[in-house]
Ligand binder design. Sequence first.
Ligand SMILES: [Zn+2]
Ligand SMILES: [Zn+2]
Length: 263
Amino acid sequence: MLVADNHVHTEWSYDAPRGSMEASCRRALELGLPAIAFTDHADFVKVHPDQYCVDINGYLAAVEDCRIKFPELRILSGVELGEPHWFPKETEAILTAGPLERVHGSVHCVRLDGALVDASDFRDQEPGFDIRRATHEYFKEVLAMVELGQPFETLAHLDYPKRYWPEGAAPYREEDFEEEMRAILQAAAQSGRVLEVNTTRGKVLCPGHIVLRWWREAGGQAVAYGSDAHDPDKIAAGFEPARQMVESAGFKPAKDPTDYWRR
Ligand SMILES: [Zn+2]
Ligand SMILES: [Zn+2]
C-alpha cells in the first residue's frame, strides 16, 4: 500500500542542491504516491555557513506552478520550522504568508556551553564530546518546543541525534532517554499533534518501534510518514519497513489516502 510522503525538500531548501520540485512531482507520480508534501526549511538560526530560511513567497508560487503542471498529483504545501519556539515572530511571518497544509516542528540545534550546535554535527565534535549530555539537552529543547505552543502540527524526527550517532560510541538506546521522550510524547498527544515517522531517506526509522509504542501509551492518535528526501531519488525511501512498523503498533490508514494514519 502506498502512503503520502509528508516531508520532502526541494531547491527551496538551503541544504538541498539536488532537490527539484518538478522532478519530485514526476517521481511521486512514477511511484504512484497518493500525495507529496513539500516542506522546505524555515530555519532562523545560522549554524551552517550557507544556511537561509525558505523564500516562502517564491516557494508558494513554485507549488502553484507544479499544481498546474501535474494536475493528476495531490501536492501539499508545507514547511519544516526549525526551533520555532526561539523565533515566534519569524514563525508567524512564515505561517501567515499563505496556506500551508503540512507544518512540521523540528529541533535541529542545541545550545551547548553557549555555542549553538546542530545535532547533525554531533559526530564531528572534539574528542571528549559528551553525546549523551548533548542528547539530553536535545530532548529538553524538543519538550520546550512542544510546550511553548507554536502552531506546528507534526513533531518531526523526534530522535534526530540518533541519525548522527558516532561509530565507536556506546550505542543509542531509546531506554536511556525514556523519561524525556515520554514527557514529549505526552505533551504532543495532549496538544493533538501528529508524530512523524521519518525514514531518513531509507536509512533509519526515526523514531523506531519502541517510541511508537510509547506514543500509543501517551494517547497519541496519528502518525505521518516522511522520507526527508533532499533529492527526488529518495522520495518514499524506507516506507515499506515504516509502514509495517506503524501497522504493527496499531495505527491504520485513513479512508482518504492523503490523510495521516490513526489508531
Ligand atoms: Zn529536519
Ligand atoms: Zn527535513
